[in-house]
Design a protein around this ligand. Structure first.
Ligand SMILES: Cc1cc2nc3c(=O)[nH]c(=O)nc-3n(C[C@H](O)[C@H](O)[C@H](O)COP(=O)(O)OP(=O)(O)OC[C@H]3O[C@@H](n4cnc5c(N)ncnc54)[C@H](O)[C@@H]3O)c2cc1C
Length: 387
């Protein structure tokens, strides 16, 4: 057993950390408050090869795995720049297209995803279906060689900055008469695709949208994998990378918050010469949060290693556990950091309360903690499905 990173992974961690610190949380918050995007950071990360670490070298990527992408997500978040679109574009879209796209789709999309010039976001959630994906109502109908999509999606991140959105729809399976899922690569400027921005209580330069698909006509080659049989495996292919990278982002955010608070409590003195960090009522909650974040990091490392070894089923259990642990650890770390900073914790200047909304959302999305507990109860503990 070896918990050490390879020297390449170590170098990647150091380099991404340096990039993230050059931008920092102040930059992230300023962009969010100005209603702008972190375009410079994204472009630079792309040029340096960090967005494509998990994409094969023949398509312009780094040839690594989800372990490397998780390092990128964690280190940018640990520098105060938790970029949600890393989870949708390189983690979900690049994995799905690489593993289940046609060769033509790989050539068309992977090089742009690798250098950051192309962003593909992901749309599965629907207002009526919620956590129950079996109820998806967005329908793809065949019309000659074309596909025609109709339906509604909600909370879709980053549609305003992406060239494409990977839409999960249902198709009619003519052999069984049942509906089955399929993924479509839809240009965000396609006729019939409209969006409206949701007002979210999250300080983030990345936005969520309602998407309306009104008879969106697509050429036949918009279907991922070129065959309806590719739909289900393609959908599942994106889940583990999504969970592992979102967990890494949570762990990085937790580290960031604990670091800010520790710096503060190690120097602030309000009772004579003693620092407030010398009081165990202040230090222990921070130490407890640090333990939770470190435990989550271990599970992220395990999940990523299993995934990169091609052990998808085992990776699913670890990825869910990592996401659950990191979601809770990040929320605990940020809340504890705010408390340790006192009034300063609620200021924009100290840059901790600005993360409260994001870490709270991390316990709901992309999969809620309750749905993870359902998964663990059923698949690890052998309980009957409860829903
Ligand atoms: C910031 C943010 C970004 C997002 N980005 C995207 C995106 O890019 N693309 C995308 O497709 N979606 C996105 N989502 C949507 C997200 O994946 C969903 O919000 C999430 O899956 C939960 O679905 P829901 O909101 O409909 O909750 P619901 O399904 O309505 O659930 C509400 C509550 O009930 C609980 N619950 C539901 N069913 C059960 C059950 N059987 N047992 C126990 N508890 C249950 C849930 O855990 C939750 O606490 C985003 C959401 C947020 C907040």
């Amino acid at each position: 057993m070896n918990f050490d990173l390879t020297s390449e992974q170590d170098q990647l961690r150091d380099a991404v950390r340096a990039l993230g610190r050059r931008y920092g949380h102040r930059y992230f918050v300023e962009k969010a408050k100005a209603g702008e995007h972190t375009t410079e950071l994204w472009q630079e990360a792309g040029e340096l090869g960090y967005l494509g670490v998990n994409i094969p070298t023949e398509y312009g990527g780094g040839g690594g795995g989800i372990t490397e992408l998780a390092i990128v997500c964690e280190e940018l978040a640990a520098a105060g720049c938790p970029l949600l679109l890393l989870v949708v574009s390189p983690a979900i879209a690049a994995t799905v297209i690489n593993r289940h796209g046609t060769e033509e789709q790989r050539k068309r999309h992977l090089p742009g995803l690798a250098d950051g010039s192309q962003k593909i976001v992901f749309a599965i959630t629907e207002p009526e279906a919620g956590s129950n994906f079996h109820r998806l109502a967005t329908v793809a109908r065949r019309d000659g060689d074309d596909w025609v999509l109709s339906g509604r999606k909600c909370y879709i991140s980053g549609v305003d900055e992406a060239q494409f959105v990977l839409v999960v729809a249902r198709t009619e399976d003519s052999s069984t008469g049942k509906l089955k899922p399929a993924l479509f690569i839809v240009p965000t400027d396609a006729a019939g695709l409209t969006r409206s921005k949701l007002d979210m209580e999250i300080v983030s330069p990345e936005n969520q949208f309602l998407l309306y698909l009104d008879e969106v006509r697509l050429p036949g080659d918009a279907l991922v994998g070129g065959s309806l049989d590719a739909g289900l495996p393609a959908l599942f292919a994106g889940l583990n990378p999504e969970r592992i990278t979102v967990a890494a982002m949570g762990a990085g955010t937790g580290r960031y918050a604990i670091e800010r608070a520790s710096e503060y409590t190690a120097t602030r003195k309000v009772w004579g010469g003693r620092t407030i960090g010398s009081h165990q009522g202040v230090a222990h909650p921070l130490a407890h949060a640090a333990v939770q974040v470190e435990l989550a990091r271990l599970m992220i490392q395990k999940a990523a290693a299993l995934y990169d070894a091609g052990r998808d089923l085992e990776a699913a259990v670890s990825a869910n556990m990592a996401k659950y642990a990191a979601g809770d650890a990040a929320a605990l770390a940020v809340d504890t950091a705010v408390q340790a900073l006192g009034g300063a914790g609620m200021t924009t200047e100290y840059g901790v309360a600005t993360l409260l909304g994001a870490v709270r959302a991390g316990r709901i999305a992309p999969v809620s903690r309750e749905m993870i507990l359902n998964f663990v109860a059923q698949h690890v503990l052998g309980q009957d499905k409860s829903y």
